[in-house]
Design a protein. Structure first.
Length: 447
């Protein structure tokens, strides 16, 4: 049987791409939008001394700032207009998804179809503005309080005017990126927000690899260790591709039914359940939560309390407590987020309304119980897979000082975005081929 990858390879040739004008236009639009994004990551906010800021960030890059800097494509370390990147939008989206489960009015709005989704998207935008403004103000306050190793501040003229300009600039940059991501989704290929995060991570991968090779040149890392790191990273990529494509297909049968004056024949289809329905959300949450103590301790390195230093020592990279909590938080959020995005009762009700049933399972309550039974076991395997992918790079970061850009979260994001992007390109190419076949058939009919 020919796999999807082989079908894609056979269909993606230069002659097919040359004839697919719409696909080329969409690809050029994506490229142009990502270039605009990368240019913005080098435009600094006003009132910042870049040299002092670089020294300050170097002192605190091991904490949560390193994770946020990874998602912003290096914009946070340069304190540019896109320093917040799309993290406020992602946080607002997750909050809205959780509220749609807890708040009955939002749950009813979600079931209204396209109109309900538009309202929820509008609320998400409002939440993005609020979160971005709060985070921008916190960054402004933090910049005024942080000092370099020489006791200098990165802010040239601290005060309310600097805070106001920082809030306006960073909030505007986040809203522009949110709009740019929506434009990529509508007029380009793939999911726009994911592609923006992907571009930021990939843009810094060469410098991360160069840093690792420089460590090898200076003798910090030996050649076998570098080869081992590259081999592990390659193996993790293959594991991610395999697990992200893995599905449990539940056979669903539809009996013969009367629709108007037509008798619809019975058919069988599959209900696909992903091995990892939560995506990269558990890894992002776990990294952010565990790195907060390190960041706070870094800000209070001189006058911090003794208990904070003790907690920081136990929660540093590679420590047993850190690894145990990391795995526990990943597993918790994998189950928690799956319950948000997948509701077995709603799925069973939709099957019952459409006349579908699972072979050997009674419709209604029993179907919901069966779907929950299968989902829990799939999520358990998926959570362990995410934990494995994230823990192995964490151990390498702790032992060999591997950059964050070679971590498990970044690998998960990059591979997931590439899989989605390639799948959409494949769909456009197949659609173009079908249109060409239909046109040829019509020409032959006319002759």
């Amino acid at each position: 049987m020919v796999s999807a990858a082989e079908r894609l390879a056979s269909s993606m040739n230069f002659s097919t791409l040359a004839r697919a004008q719409e696909l080329k236009a969409r690809l050029w639009f994506v490229l142009g939008a990502l270039i605009v994004y990368r240019i913005g990551t080098y435009i600094p906010i006003p009132g910042i001394d870049p040299q002092i800021l670089h020294d300050i960030f170097k002192q605190h890059q091991g904490g949560v700032l390193g994770v946020f800097n990874m998602f912003s494509g290096g914009a946070l370390s340069r304190m540019t207009i896109f320093a917040l990147a799309v993290m406020p939008y992602i946080s607002a989206s997750i909050i809205m998804q959780l509220m749609a489960v807890a708040v009955p009015s939002l749950a009813a709005m979600k079931k209204e179809g396209e109109a309900g989704r538009r309202k929820i998207n509008q609320y998400t935008r409002y939440g993005t503005v609020i979160l971005a403004a709060v985070q921008a103000y916190g960054i402004a306050i933090g910049l005024e309080g942080m000092q370099s190793s020489k006791g200098l501040s990165a802010v040239m003229d601290p005060g309310m005017f600097f805070r106001f300009t920082t809030v306006v600039t960073l909030t505007g940059g986040t809203m522009f990126l949110m709009w740019l991501g929506e434009q990529i989704t509508q007029r380009g290929i793939g999911q726009g927000i994911s592609l923006i995060i992907f571009a930021g991570i990939v843009a810094n991968l060469p410098s991360a690899l160069a840093s690792m090779f420089e460590m090898g040149r200076t003798g910090v890392l030996s050649t076998p260790v570098i080869l081992m790191i590259l081999a592990i990273a390659t193996g993790l990529v293959f594991l991610i591709v395999y697990c992200e494509r893995a599905q449990r297909r539940i056979l669903v049968q539809y009996p013969k039914r009367q629709v108007g004056n037509k008798l619809m024949q019975g058919e069988a289809t599959h209900l696909p359940l992903k091995l990892n329905p939560a995506g990269v959300i558990p890894a992002i949450f776990a990294s952010s939560i565990l790195l907060f103590p390190l960041t706070i301790a870094g800000f209070n390195a001189e006058g911090g309390p003794e208990w904070m230093r003790v907690v920081t020592s136990y929660l540093s990279h590679g420590q047993p407590l850190y690894i145990a909590l990391y795995v526990a938080i990943i597993i918790f959020f994998s189950f928690f987020y799956t319950t948000v995005v997948f509701n077995p009762e709603d799925t069973a009700e939709n099957l019952r309304k459409n006349g579908g049933f699972i072979a050997g399972v009674r419709p209604g309550k029993h179907t919901a119980e069966y779907l929950e039974f299968v989902s829990v076991r799939l999520v358990a395997i998926g959570a362990l897979y995410i934990a494995l992918v994230c823990v192995i790079p964490e151990l390498m970061i702790a032992k060999y000082a591997v950059p964050f850009y070679l971590g498990g979260t970044s690998l998960l994001i990059v591979v997931n975005v590439v899989i989605d992007f390639v799948g959409q390109v494949q769909s456009h190419l197949f659609a173009h081929q079908y249109e060409s076949l239909i046109k040829k058939a019509r020409l032959k009919t006319k002759r």
